[in-house]
Design a protein around this ligand. Structure first.
Ligand SMILES: *Cc1c(COP(=O)(O)O)cnc(C)c1O
Length: 355
């Protein structure tokens, strides 16, 4: 499905003259650099941080391309996935005029970013088992609908979304379909990146924050066709990924085997946690999970949440969220952390009967 992205773009973005940094104009590594007003003596730390980093992170993208099986030209890197989400709003959604479609319960950042950019959100809830309603979604589309955000595996429910439903949106919707795969590393589901050559309106997002254990670095990936990547590159802050982050992740990618071991361990712990929680008779439901967390339904979830905090165990209270009533979202911890959680749940339950 080839289509022209330009009519979807906000007109002033299409005409924008981007900032050209010193590092854009001369890309060689050797030379006497008197072009960027840097400190020539070096930095006051042990590492060298005195030079501006590569604005397009080419070395890092070449390595990411290999492990993700995409072309380097199909990669955008952001200061977290959150930056990519925000840039999509800024590039495509005219404030006060355009709208996007959200599929609750889902990741909160889409709505926050829409709010910041003064963009209307149209909400089409998932079904009771957290799947899409593609026909209903398409019925909510009008000529001002620019983006549909799909999260798979979904946060906070943890399930994967049916591929054929996402493909239907990609085929029939004439705007962007963002498939947020922040949790794909914990799922046996293949990535939507394999469709990048087929759909110019597809944006797949992944992150180094979860499976890679690099949340503090803030590095998110958006995969899309070359034209989309060019648009994002035009409007991003020039040096949005620090040199420290680029170098750290380059080193991390060399240890991809270790990441795979950690993922296997987390999956094993997820099943341990599922088994232990399923033996607590007051737990009403544990939703299926393709992610590194479990969504559980439990009576008086908000009270249990507060009582867990008393025990210094912090989970995510989703009990006020549509379709997640009385639910807590629990990240998979280490064995010791998971055991502590189970003990605390047992204690809280026992105490609620002794009152
Ligand atoms: C955690 C998460 C992200 C990651 O965001 P970063 O900004 O890359 O840390 C993205 N999407 C979803 C659904 C998430 O849960």
């Amino acid at each position: 499905m080839k289509f022209d992205l330009t009519p979807l773009l906000r007109p002033h973005i299409a005409n924008l003259q981007p900032y050209t940094s010193a590092r854009d104009e001369y890309t060689g590594k050797e030379g006497i650099f008197l072009d960027a007003n840097e400190n020539p003596y070096g930095s006051i730390t042990d590492e060298d941080h005195n030079r501006y980093p590569d604005p397009y992170q080419l070395e890092l993208k070449a390595e990411i391309a290999k492990i993700k099986n995409v072309k380097a030209s199909q990669i955008f890197l952001g200061n977290g996935s959150d930056e990519a989400i925000d840039l999509l709003f800024r590039a495509f959604c005219n404030p006060g005029k355009d709208n996007v479609i959200l599929l609750p319960p889902t990741y909160g950042m889409y709505e926050v970013s829409a709010g910041i950019n003064d963009v209307e959100t149209r909400k089409v809830p998932l079904t009771a088992d957290f799947q899409l309603q593609p026909d209903l979604i398409l019925n909510h589309v009008d000529e001002h609908t620019k983006i549909i955000f799909v999260c798979s595996p979904n946060n906070p429910s943890g399930n994967k979304v049916k591929r054929e439903d996402i493909l239907k949106l990609l085929t029939e919707f004439k705007g962007l379909v963002v498939v947020d795969e922040a949790y794909i590393d914990f799922s046996d589901e293949p990535s939507f990146t394999s469709y990048l050559g087929d759909y110019d309106n597809l944006v797949v997002m992944q992150t180094f924050s979860k499976a890679w254990g690099l949340a503090s670095l803030r590095l998110g990936m958006a995969f899309a066709g070359k034209k989309m990547i060019k648009i994002l590159n035009r409007i991003k802050p020039p040096y949005n990924i620090s040199g420290l982050t680029q170098q750290t992740v380059l080193n991390a990618i060399k240890k991809v085997d270790k990441v795979n071991t950690m993922i296997a361990d987390i999956l094993q712990e997820r099943e341990y946690l599922r088994k232990e929680i399923s033996e607590l008779d007051f737990v009403e439901k544990i939703h299926p999970s393709h992610a590194n967390f479990l969504l559980i339904k439990i009576p008086n979830a908000s009270h249990v949440y507060d009582d867990l905090i008393e025990e210094k165990i912090i989970v995510r209270n989703r009990s006020k969220v549509q379709l997640c009533e009385e639910c807590l979202r629990i990240s998979v911890g280490t064995r010791a952390e998971n055991e502590a959680l189970i003990q605390a749940l047992k204690k809280i339950h026992a105490e609620s009967f002794n009152l």
